[in-house]
Design a protein around this ligand. Sequence first.
Ligand code: ADP
Length: 261
Amino acid sequence: KTGHGPVGQNKKHVAGAKKVIAVSSCKGGVGKSTVSVNLAFALKNLGLKVGLLDADIYGPSMPMLLNQRGAKPGATPEKKILPIDAYGIPFISFGLFINEKDPVIWRGPMLGGVLNQFLFDVAWEGLDYLIIDLPPGTGDMQLSMIQATDIDGAIVVSTPQEVAILDSKKGLNMFNQVKVPVLGMVENMSYFVPDDNTSKKYFIFGEGGVKKAAEELNVNLLAEIPLEIALREGSDQGKPYMNEKKYEGRPVWNAYMQLAK
Ligand code: ADP
C-alpha cells in the first residue's frame, strides 16, 4: 500500500502511524537520540500518541535512555513485533535484538532484514507520530532506510561546534533525493544553563552556529536546545527529561515544547 507522503510510488506506509518523522545527524554524539526521545515526550505532553523507533544500528541507546535494557519484545498472533512500553511511549530498538558486546561489524549482514522488520513488522497502533532515530551520517545505508519508507518529514540535529555547511548540505540532499521534506534543523547544546540561574546563557560552543548554517542552506531552525546537567543525568538514568513535570518552564523544557509545536 502506498502512503500519504509526497511521492507515494515505491514508498511503503508504516501501518499504525499517521505521521512518520525521521531524526538524523551528520555526526555521532551531537544528541540525535536525546532529541528523538525528548521530542517524543514533548509531543506526548501535548496529548498526542507517539511511538519511538531506534534504528541507530551503531549506537542503539534507546533501551538505556528509556530504562529498558534487556527487555524482550513479544509478538502478536500475526507474528508482528510488539513494541515495549516506556512511560506510555511504545518503542522498539535494534539494541533489544543484539548482544551489546557483539562488534558492530557483525551487524551489517543482519541489517536489511531487521530494519525492514522494524519499519513494517512492528505492531504500532493508533499513533499520531512515529519518531525514527536514524543512524548518524548520510551513507547508502541511511539512504536505503529512508527511500523505502513513507516519511512525512525529517529533522537534522547539529551542535553549534560540529555543524559544517558541507555535511549539512549532504544531509539535506539525502532527504531531497528521496523526496522527504526537511522540516528543519535543530541546534543541540546551544548554550549552558546553570541550575541556579536560568536566565544567564553561556555559549560554550559558540553562538548561533546552526542558525547561520540553516540560513545559508535555506531551511528552518526549529529549536535551540541548551545544555543542562539534568538532561544528561536523566538520560543516563533512563528517566527522560521531558517526562519529568518538575522541569516544566526550564529553558530545555521550553525549547522541546517549541520543537513539538
Ligand atoms: P547521538 O545520538 O547524536 O550519538 P546522544 O543523544 O547519545 O547523541 O547524546 C550524546 C551525549 O550528550 C549523551 O550523554 C547525552 O546525554 C548528552 N546530551 C545530549 N544533549 C544534551 C544537552 N542538551 N544537555 C546535556 N547533555 C546532552
